[in-house]
Design a protein around this ligand. Structure first.
Ligand code: AN0
Ligand code: CP
Length: 317
């Protein structure tokens, strides 16, 4: 693998999932693969899971990880080619990315969308500037429109819990939130569910929250949440802001929150969320603290997803 930005970079999803599950059984089997290699982890936004799980994954491969919170500790970056830099930005991404590429064998980057300029966000302007100038393989730690390490983790988490001959019914449901959040996690989950192909996939959300069809693809869309959840084996809960009315919150209806009553019609569904989650806004305490929540082991699997991705890129170098 040359980079990891989207499911399209992955030659075979089932194979990558198997590699991750092998690392889960034997974390240190490739402890020499990353020897004398350095991973640069560049954050333009906050993180808990992505940062820590990727650092642990690198360590398991014998690779050094350097974390740089560039938004707080670096020079303010200029992202526009041809800019006259007489304003607040001090360093152009042309130099910043190229210089970091001199220090690191792989660069991993987190860059959230601004949620103001749909065109800039959906052309992935920021991560593409890093890819263009870094000169080394780039791994997404969540970009403007996608979060592939999370989605690979989610595939692993479903796969390791499903051994029936029929496909599991996986329902991704929108839930309320107080802040306008990116579409990256739901876009990416949809992209991977469609790309994996081993599930019956349904998306439910209020009208106006349709995702970019480029990502939702062939998924069934059901606007009635109760109907969508009927018979679900896995329920993937996530808030996102509107794609059509870009970056806006157009529904605050608290009845979309996932509580036990909501889940009554499911097939004793397992509950997933990428975290961080706002308790009693997105998901009720009774669900998060109940027997069907798998959000903690799901987050645990982030290590094996990151380790599989780093190992495949290291093998290609
Ligand atoms: C971010 C998002 O929704 O994209 C990160 C999730 C992994 N969530 C928040 O900002 C709460
Ligand atoms: N799920 C996830 O990516 O979490 P962080 O934002 O804490 O990294």
């Amino acid at each position: 693998m040359k980079q990891f930005i989207s499911v399209d970079d992955v030659p075979s999803v089932p194979r990558l999932v198997d590699i991750a599950l092998d690392y889960k059984k034997q974390p240190f089997k490739d402890k020499q693969l990353g020897e004398h290699k350095t991973l640069g982890m560049i954050f333009l936004n906050p993180s808990l899971r992505t940062r820590l799980s990727t650092q642990v994954a690198a360590k398991n491969l014998g690779m050094e990880a350097v974390v740089f919170n560039i938004d707080k500790e670096g020079w303010q970056l200029e992202m526009n080619d041809g800019a006259i830099m007489n304003g607040s930005t001090s360093e152009h991404v042309k130099e910043a990315a190229a210089v970091m590429g001199q220090y690191f064998d792989i660069m991993a980057i987190r860059t959230f969308p601004g949620l103001k300029d749909k065109e800039a966000d959906y052309t992935e302007k920021y991560i593409n500037q890093f890819i263009k100038y870094a000169g080394v393989p780039v791994v997404s730690l969540e970009s403007a429109t996608l979060h592939p390490l999370q989605s690979l983790t989610d595939v692993i988490t479903i796969k390791e819990r499903w051994n029936q001959p029929r496909k599991p019914k996986v329902v991704m449901t929108w839930a309320p939130h107080v802040k306008a959040l990116p579409q990256a996690v739901p876009n990416s989950f949809a992209q991977w569910m469609n790309g994996w192909g081993e599930v019956d996939f349904v998306i439910t959300h209020p009208e106006g929250y349709e995702l970019d069809p480029k990502f939702s693809g062939s998924a069934q869309i059901e606007y009635n949440q109760d109907k969508a959840l009927e018979g679900a084996d896995f329920v993937y809960v996530k808030n996102w802001s509107s794609y059509n009315d870009y970056g806006k919150i157009t529904c605050t209806d608290p009845s979309w929150m996932v509580d036990n009553a909501k889940l009554r019609g499911t097939n004793d569904a397992k509950i997933m969320h990428c975290l961080p989650v706002r308790r009693n806004v997105v998901i009720a305490d009774e669900v998060l603290d109940g027997p069907n929540s798998i959000v903690i082991p799901e987050a645990g699997n982030r290590v094996w997803a990151a380790q599989a991705v780093l190992s495949e890129i290291l093998k290609n170098k």
